[in-house]
Design a protein around this ligand. Sequence first.
Ligand code: PHB
Length: 413
Amino acid sequence: MNNNQEIPVRTQVGIVGGGPAGLLLAQLLHRQGIEAVVFESRPRARVEARQRAGLLEQGTVDLLRQAGATDRLDHEGLIHDGVLLNYNGRRHRVALAELTGGACITIYAQTEVVKDLIAQRLEQELPLLFEAEVTAIDSLDTGAPLIHYTHQGAARTLACDFVAGCDGFHGVARQAAPAGFFKTYDKVYPYCWLGIIAEVPPSTDELIYAFHERGFALHSMRSPTRSRLYVQCAVTDTLEDWPDARIWEELHLRLGTPGWTLHEGPILEKTITPMRSFVTEPMQYERLFLAGDAAHIVPPTGGKGLNMAVADTKTLFEALRDWYQAGDAAGLRDYSAACVRRVWRVQEFSNYMTELLHLNPEKSAFDQHLQDSRFNLLTTSAAASQVVAENYVGLAAQRAAAAPQPQPISHIV
Ligand code: PHB
């Protein structure tokens, strides 16, 4: 936000967290004439540098379009209508479009989505505060919740109608409910991903996910000249354990199929990501609504983290719009149930993909045979491949969202 612009002391929706969920929510609300202030604790450069996954479902692209944030995505996004699964050198193609009545995925990095949304908000001169540390959120059970924060050395308070907690797994929003209110579930996997970005054209037109007896590998991409690749590594590994030559050696071995060549190039970035599943229930406390990683984490194998955050954002946006435009509280009342149902579907799919494709050092020989058989089913049953395709492109998630169950949360206002 422009330094000489006045920071409001009151708004309609206070948004904690300037990642994709918070920024997209702010923009969708703005287009309906609903005011918001976005607080981000990190500096802009750090937010924009953070490398995450890069797989967008059609529903995600559609919502970004509704927000007017697809100018660059429309030019630079890479559309894929299939995905390749390798199992010990054997290749199986899941024909996404064919199996789902035409649905595709788009490869466009999450960090680029975030850059686009930040640029758009700043261009519109709408409130987005970087290095704004939210210290407390209270009065959530009144009509005017308060967000206390520090910015540029001063302690301030913003009053609002609703708070959107979009500040990630380590954020403060979840802590604003009384201790024990949110129930959490989690699972930590006994392996990590080492991810690289390499300055080399992708060696494949479609993403390759590979199980190999040495562990998982994934060949993704960022652009016609940049590849994004991952290898499974041990939870105790550090970047020092993985010099460039070792990374390429493992990628060749794990991704290799007869007649296919992996091209190497300079490695620009290397990171290690732990793998976990995490769910918070419910996703609402009084006038606080959680969205994205603040409420749930998935292991990255299905590429679902951003898509789930965007799906929450859509549900929350529509609920707030109905509240402000028609005084209709039904969407807010049903928010958590609608999201949680979708979250568990996506959790199951992400867990399925993760366990199908990784070498689990803790697994018995019996379990390894089950894993092999699960892959064989995919190669022999069109129905099994169709289930993977529907979940991968996001159709199942949308269907689940379209049928929310009645939910027990007592009241909104
Ligand atoms: C990525 O491009 O970073 C990516 C793609 C698909 C995944 C995970 C990561 O499942």
